[in-house]
Write a protein that binds this ligand. Structure first.
Ligand SMILES: Cc1ncc(COP(=O)(O)O)c(C=O)c1O
Length: 490
């Protein structure tokens, strides 16, 4: 992030430019009207008239004012902000992949279909599912798809009207109850036990003939493995419900244990987390939804199948499918990126990645607990929780202030105030791709901030001072975002 001295406001692209500048570098006098039909030309759009160089500089400067995984450490818990290897981009940019038209006939797109097929088969193997659909565009979209599938499954069994509730532990990401509510389910929230996990007895009280689905994240968002997962799955199945696995934390277990073996019937993955795809890069992410054998028929279409000597084909003819979740086939460039990552690491490599992610989290946790409370004080998985509750009481410095002070020191803030059950929560996920030096630097910055909170809290309360934008009204920014420019009204 730029230093304050460089933080002069950048004018909007609409506020710069002069009539005629747009063609500054093309002097042959030929304009768009020479190449485009008159019907495609418009002169009523309030577009700025800038030179190409001005536009390039404008957007390059803006890009330098933001924070990215390529510029600094990004310990955003539950988001798995790992390095996105450049080979992924090189493969996705191969002309055969990049230039393929979504309407290309399948016999001219066999390589692309094979890529989708192989990713699907590989994910099914890694996570112990019978089949995945690569159709959903994000984690929450995968959740929605899975719950629609559950609904279709119960409807077909004649239980559509009676199975009306979805059990969601209080450690779950907010998208879990939101997805359940969107599908029309009533959400039953489950309080975690003193170990930060789902208690089997408490769960059994929440289950009944109305239970449709139990949504679990494992390891959960406290970074703790749900060690009673087999008993939990058994209880849900005995009640006639389905087990749903939120795979956002799959970076902690990939190659080491499989949701299918734990008893899950449905799951989603966030390939933009675990499988090193840029978050938001090139559009949305990719949130494949997976199913055990008894639910495969409900998966979103299309699914790529291998037809012996006839090659690969899209399968649309699935009468019980919930149908497509989005346009076209998938976020295809992300399919290429994820498969590249898998091939570049191999089975043993993926297993080691998870183990290193867990090791890094525990390395940071062991040091952070020297100066911040870590409420669940045990070996964590790929992320852990600290709390600034005591610090706030003693000094007035809150988790939010710590996050802002980290920005000043060149680190992206960790996730804060989530999960909601830990007051002044700070959720740190270092990932496996960070070096020991980076982790040590981060811990040193955090330690210095906490020490300063005790000696000179105002310095932390005033943070950030080195960023382009200082403190903002967080509530207004979230509830009333004003992100676009409007032309001045006549
Ligand atoms: C545990 C968990 N579940 C679900 C999601 C939703 O995933 P997405 O942001 O891809 O929609 C997230 C996102 O951070 C998450 O952390």
């Amino acid at each position: 992030m730029s230093a304050a001295a460089e933080a002069k406001p950048i004018p909007l692209i609409f506020e710069t430019g002069q009539p005629g500048r747009a063609n500054a570098y093309f002097r042959n006098g030929r304009g768009a009207e020479e190449f485009l039909p008159a019907s495609a030309l418009r002169d009523d759009l309030p577009l700025p008239d800038n030179s190409e160089l001005d536009v390039v500089r404008h957007f390059t400067r803006l890009s330098q004012r933001t924070f990215s995984i390529d510029t600094g450490f990004y310990p955003l818990g539950s988001c798995t902000m790992k390095y996105n290897p450049r080979i992924n981009e090189a493969m996705a940019a191969q002309p055969g992949f990049r230039d393929l038209h979504p309407f290309a006939p399948t016999d001219l797109a066999q390589g692309a279909l094979q890529t989708m097929y192989e990713l699907e088969r590989t994910l099914s193997g890694i996570f112990g599912m019978a089949q995945f659909s690569l159709n959903p565009a994000a984690g929450a979209h995968g959740e929605l798809a899975a719950l629609l599938m559950a609904k279709a499954y119960f409807r077909k069994r004649g239980e559509g009207a009676t199975r009306t509730t979805v059990v969601v532990p209080d450690t779950a990401h907010g998208t879990n109850p939101a997805s359940a509510a969107m599908v029309g389910y009533k959400v039953v929230s489950l309080k975690s036990d003193s170990r930060g996990r789902v208690g089997v007895d408490e769960l059994k009280k929440a289950l009944g003939p109305d239970t449709a689905v139990c949504m679990m994240t494992n390891p959960n968002t406290l970074g703790l493995f749900e060690d009673h997962i087999h008993e939990i799955a058994r209880a849900v199945h005995e009640a006639g419900g389905l087990m749903y696995y939120d795979g956002a934390n799959a970076n902690a277990l990939m190659g080491n244990s499989r949701p299918g073996d734990m008893g899950f019937d449905l799951m989603h993955l966030n390939l933009h987390k675990t499988f090193s795809i840029p978050h938001g890069g090139g559009g949305a992410g990719l949130g494949p939804v997976g199913a055990a054998a008894h639910l495969v028929e409900y998966l979103p279409t299309p699914i790529v199948v291998k037809r012996g000597g006839d090659g690969y084909a899209f399968e649309f003819d699935k009468p019980d499918s919930i149908g497509p979740m989005r346009s076209f086939w998938s976020n295809f460039a992300h399919v290429v990126r994820a498969l590249t990552y898998i091939c570049a690491n191999g089975g043993e490599g993926l297993k080691e990645i998870s183990q290193l992610a867990v090791l890094n989290a525990n390395y940071v946790r062991a040091q952070v607990k020297e100066f911040l409370d870590t409420p669940y004080d045990e070996t964590c998985r790929h992320e852990f929780i600290a709390s600034a509750q005591r610090l706030k009481r003693d000094t007035g410095v809150r988790a939010l202030d710590i996050a802002k002070a980290l920005l000043d020191r060149g680190y992206h803030a960790p996730t804060i105030y989530f999960p909601l059950l830990v007051p002044e929560c700070i959720m740190i996920e270092p990932t496996e791709t960070e070096s020991k030096e980076t982790l040590d630097g981060f811990v040193a910055a955090l330690r210095e901030i906490v020490e300063l909170a005790h000696t000179d809290p105002q310095k932390i309360l005033d943070a950030p001072i080195n960023t382009v934008v200082g403190r903002i009204d967080e509530t207004r920014a979230a509830r009333q975002p004003d992100l676009r420019w409007w032309p001045p009204r006549a």
